[in-house]
Structures are given as structure tokens and as C-alpha cells.
Design a protein around this ligand. Structure first.
Ligand SMILES: [Zn+2]
Length: 263
């Protein structure tokens, strides 16, 4: 009797152990899938080595190429379900540290993207207090934003970045959503009010809220909606991903109410 009971318990225990192991293995292989992904040749150019900002940058990021590659893979994992998805073929990421009045910018496109980062912004973020953590947080957040532009999909059938506000809001909203979901913004960075199509943080925090409250894969599906919803619209993408019972206006109202309730 006793041995029978043991025999019955054992398979259950094995099953539980196997499930636990399997979950871990799947999770690990999911993460590892991107570790071999060719993010492109990374070229780091220090165009203003004489500046204080360049010296500070070097002290907090000793291996910029590895730092940029790690962020690129994290952006890919945030935007895509799998390396076999339709992903813009970036062959080169040229990253230039330069003394100019601004923060950061992305130029170029497939196959070669260029990202500039301002040494003056490095100096300003570092501040008088030599705040290393603040500067790394900021540098990482800005890099998430710009690298999203390198790898994100673009909406179709509605014009271009410079001719259509919805196109522009998709691009800039997604770049900030990737930054939010990777914890490189504080809740206090979220602007009050506005409209879901205002772009940047206003759109980005809203998209991240949908991902956190409605569908953990939302950002991936939202990125992919650029290929599947033509002509692209916020409402069309929401209905395509979450179902026809949703509308972007209703979701925006719900989001605003949830933010008001927190205050
Ligand atoms: Zn941008």
C-alpha cells in the first residue's frame, strides 16, 4: 500500500518538476534567441574627445559597442515576437558622440543608421553633483528611444513622418513606449492630459499602459500592425489587436481615469 502511494506521488512530483524546468528553459531560450541576432556592425565615433562630456561618457560606459549592442537586442525583444519576424535589415549602427546643442538624433535608415549623442547633454545630465546613476539612466533611455527608430516598422498608406501627424505619432510614441516599458522613465515623467496622438511621452506612456493592463504583447503587436493595418490608424490598430469591442477613444478615457484615480 505504501509503495503504491509513493508510485502515485512520484509521477506527479516529476511532472511538476518537469513543468518548472520546461518553463525555465523556454524562458531562457526566448532570451537567448536574440543573443546571436546580427544587430549590425557597431561603429563608435568620439567626434569631440576634447570635451568634458566625452571624458564623463568614457568613465561610465567603458565599452560603448557592447553597451549599444545590448540595448539593440533589448529593443528587438521589446518590438518583435521572434528573430524570424519581418525586421528591417540594419547592417551598421554608427554612433557618434559630438559636441552640439541638443540631446540625441537618429539619421539614415536601412541598412545604415546613424545616432548622435550630445556631449553637452552628457555634461548636463551628470550635473554639478557628478550623478553617475542619473547619467547612465538618461543615456540608456535616450539610446532605447533612438534604437527603436532603427528597428521599428513604419505605418503604411498614410504618408510619411514629415507629412502625416499620425505617422509621426506612431514613430515617436513607440520610441518612448519602449523606453517606458524598459523602465527608463519615471512615472513623474508622464505628461498630464493631452491626446493619444500627441506623440513622444504622451503616446508612449499610453501604449505602455495598454501593454501593462490589457495585453503583455501589445507593443509587439502594435509594431506589427504597421504591416497588417493599411491604411494605418490608432483605432484600426487597437481593434486589430484587442478586438472590435475596443476603441482608442474609450481606452484613452479609461487611461485618463486610471491616472486621475492615482493622484
Ligand atoms: Zn525620436
Amino acid at each position: 500500500m505504501k509503495s503504491k502511494l509513493n508510485l502515485m506521488i512520484l509521477p506527479l512530483a516529476l511532472l511538476a518538476a518537469a513543468c518548472g524546468t520546461r518553463t525555465q528553459v523556454t524562458k531562457q531560450s526566448d532570451d537567448n534567441r536574440w543573443s546571436d541576432y546580427p544587430v549590425g556592425e557597431i561603429r563608435f565615433i568620439n567626434a569631440s574627445p576634447e570635451t568634458r562630456g566625452a571624458a564623463i561618457y568614457a568613465s561610465i560606459i567603458p565599452d560603448p559597442r557592447a553597451y549599444i549592442a545590448r540595448h539593440a537586442r533589448q529593443v528587438l525583444e521589446t518590438l518583435y515576437f521572434s528573430p524570424t519576424d519581418s525586421i528591417p535589415g540594419i547592417r551598421e549602427i554608427r554612433y557618434t558622440l559630438r559636441d552640439y546643442d541638443g540631446i540625441s538624433a537618429k539619421g539614415g535608415g536601412v541598412p545604415s543608421v546613424h545616432i548622435e549623442y550630445s556631449t553637452r547633454w552628457v555634461e548636463r545630465s551628470f550635473g554639478e553633483n557628478a550623478d553617475t546613476a542619473k547619467l547612465e539612466y538618461e543615456t540608456s533611455g535616450v539610446l532605447f528611444h533612438e534604437l527603436t527608430h532603427a528597428f521599428q516598422l513604419e505605418p503604411k498608406g498614410i504618408g510619411t513622418y514629415s507629412t502625416n501627424k499620425t505617422f509621426w505619432a506612431f514613430i515617436e510614441g513607440m520610441a518612448d513606449a519602449v523606453r517606458v516599458i524598459n523602465n527608463r522613465f519615471q512615472e513623474s515623467d508622464c505628461p498630464a492630459g493631452g491626446n493619444y496622438a500627441d506623440g513622444y511621452r504622451t503616446t508612449g506612456f499610453f501604449l505602455a499602459w495598454i501593454a501593462r493592463t490589457k495585453d503583455a504583447n501589445f507593443l509587439r503587436s502594435f509594431n506589427r500592425s504597421a504591416l497588417e493595418v493599411v491604411p494605418w490608424s490608432f483605432d484600426g490598430a487597437i481593434k486589430h489587436i484587442l478586438g472590435d469591442q475596443y476603441s482608442v477613444d474609450d481606452l484613452w478615457q479609461e487611461y485618463q481615469r486610471s491616472r486621475a484615480a492615482k493622484e
